[in-house]
Design a protein around this ligand. Sequence first.
Ligand code: GTP
Ligand code: MG
Length: 361
Amino acid sequence: DIIKKAFMEGKMLRPGQELSPTETEEIGLLYETVINFVEEEKKEEELDNELVDYWNKVYEEQKDSLKTRPPVVTVMGHVDHGKTTLLDNIRNTKVAEGEEGGITQSIGAYQLEYNDKKITFIDTPGHEAFTEMRARGAQATDIVVLIIAADDGVMPQTIEAYNHAKDAKVPVIVAINKIDKPNANVELTKQQMVAKLNLIPEDWGGDTITVPISAISKEGIDELLEMISLVSEMEEIKCKPNGQARAVIIESKLDKFLGPVATVIVKDGILKTGDYFIAGSTYGKVRRMIDDQGRTIKKALPSTPVQVLGFNEVADTHSILYVTNSLNQAREISGKKKEKEDLANQNINKKHVKLEDFMKM
Ligand code: GTP
Ligand code: MG
C-alpha cells in the first residue's frame, strides 16, 4: 500500500528499502501522520555541534602549534583483489591465509614505518555485504588506495569503494594489482578506470596516481609506498599533538571475555589509560589499550590504531570518541544524547525504518 501510494505521488520505492528521516516524514504525511525524524536528527546534531565547536575553537587557538601526524591510509577494492595480501606483504605477516574462506569480514588497522615515517593502514572487506564498513573506512581516512586486480578489472565494489572515497573527499591512489599473473592486463584495467570511474592515470595525461603492483612478488610496492608518502606530504595532515584526545571509532563489538571493545584511531591529542570519554550515546573510562601487535599500551599518539576497553556498552561505529574532564561530564553528555534517542524511539523503534516496520505501525 505504501509503495502504491508513494508511486502515485511520483516516488519509486522498493520492498526492503531503507528510508532516510526525510523520506520517512514525507511518507508519514501521505498517511496524515506527522513523524518528526528530521527534527530529532537536528537536535542530535546540535549536541554533536557543541563538541565540534569546541574542537574548531581549539584548532583556531592552536593553529600555530598543530603538528603533522602520520597518514591514515585505507585500502579498498573489490573482493579478492588483494587488499589483505598487500598489507600482509608490507607488514611481513600472513593475515589473509588465516581468514575464513579467504574473505575479510572486519576492519583491521595497523601502523608501520616506511623510511622512518609512520603510516597507518586500514584494511577493509571487499565482499558486497560490507558496504557499511567500506563507507566507514573511507570516512576515517586521509588517503584511499583503491586496488584493482589486473586480471579482473573494475568490478562493482571497485566502483562502490571509489564512490565512498569521492563522498569523503579523500585523495585516491590506484594500485593495479596481480601484474605477475599471466592474464593480467594493465592497459585494459586503465581503460576501465577511465570508462567506469572517470579516473585518468597520470601516464595517460590525467591526474590519478596509478601504480602497477604485485602483492605477491612485491613488485611496485616500494613505489606505492613512495606515492603514499608524497600524497600525505601534499595533504598536510595535521593534528593537535597534545592534550585531551579525539579518536574515530572504526569498529566495535562485544567481546566474550573483554566486554565492549572498540578499535579507534586517535586523530588529535593523546589517549591515555584512565581517560574518561563519550562516544555517541555511550561513555566510559579507558581501562586498557591494546596496540596492533597485541601489546598493552598506556598512551596512544595521533594516528595510532588501538583497541579500547572500558565502554559502558557497545559503541556506535559512526561515532567519534571525545575525552572528557570527568566521569560525570561523560555521563552527563551521553545521558543527554540518550534522552534524545529515547524520545525518538518512542515514535518508532528505529531511526532508519524499513517498509515492513511501517506496516506494523
Ligand atoms: P577481501 O578482503 O575478501 O575483499 O579480499 P582481499 O582483497 O583482501 O584479497 P586477498 O588479499 O585475500 O587475496 C585474494 C587472493 O588473491 C589470494 O589467494 C591471494 O593470494 C591472491 N593474490 C593477492 N594479490 C596477488 C598478486 O599480486 N598476485 C597473485 N598472483 N595473486 C594475488
Ligand atoms: Mg581482505
